[in-house]
Design a protein around this ligand. Structure first.
Ligand code: ZN
Ligand code: ZN
Length: 215
């Protein structure tokens, strides 16, 4: 099946990731122009899905980046951030491909070694997609304490950050559709450990409060 056709049939998680990232871009004053089969289309229109797209174009314009209203970040950093957002949005619509995650040396914690089960692979791919969307929206800084791995350790750790499910996956009902904006949050390894010292996990506000009260 053609890629565009498969993108138009993205599952509910993929659609949610796409909407979430794109509406975050709009909240950051970007203009999104999406055309499907030549017609201007809205990201939150349910009728755009399952239509076997023949043509798809997506453009994102963010004006006035160079006017210095973005807290003195370098042009390169800003361009990278926007590219990351755009890519994460499109990535959300990509078909899930079975990958040999174990062989890639990328199995997340808790996965049985050498697991080849399709259902787990699919979940793993879904997690990667959600992770990309969450980081595009929330950035790479720990939401609880503000820690940034690249800032502290330099190049070797740049971009390293853990992604925490605000509501544990085990507590989400079957078929729950993750919204990367509201359900996922970047946490440094320390804050992430602290969050899971309690069950249900401590809230981000609680951890921030603990850190703040000791500053
Ligand atoms: Zn932290
Ligand atoms: Zn967690």
């Amino acid at each position: 099946m053609a890629l565009l056709e498969r993108m138009s049939m993205a599952d509910a998680d993929g659609q949610s990731g796409f909407r979430s990232v794109m509406s975050d871009c709009i909240a950051r004053r970007a203009t999104i122009d999406m055309q499907i089969d030549g017609a201007p289309s809205q990201i939150d229109d349910p009728a755009i899905w399952n239509r076997k797209w023949q043509r798809f174009s997506l453009s994102l314009v963010r004006a006035n980046i160079e006017t210095g209203e973005d807290e003195g970040q370098s042009d390169f950093d800003l361009a990278s951030e926007w590219l990351l957002r755009f890519t994460a949005g499109v990535l959300a619509l990509m078909p899930l491909e079975p990958v040999d995650a174990a062989a890639a040396g990328e199995l997340p914690e808790g996965f049985p070694e050498g697991s080849r089960e399709q259902v787990q692979v699919n979940r793993y791919e879904r997690d990667r997609r959600n992770r990309a969307a969450a980081l595009a929206i929330h950035g790479l800084r720990c939401r609880a304490c503000g820690f940034d791995f690249g800032e502290r350790y330099g190049e070797i750790a740049a971009g390293f950050i853990e992604v925490h499910h605000i509501t544990p996956v085990s507590k989400l009902g079957p078929g729950y559709v993750i919204d990367p904006r509201n359900d996922l949050v970047p946490l440094c390894a320390n804050c992430h450990r602290v969050a899971h010292r309690a069950d249900p996990p401590l809230t981000i506000e609680t951890i921030s409060g603990l850190v703040e009260s000791r500053r």
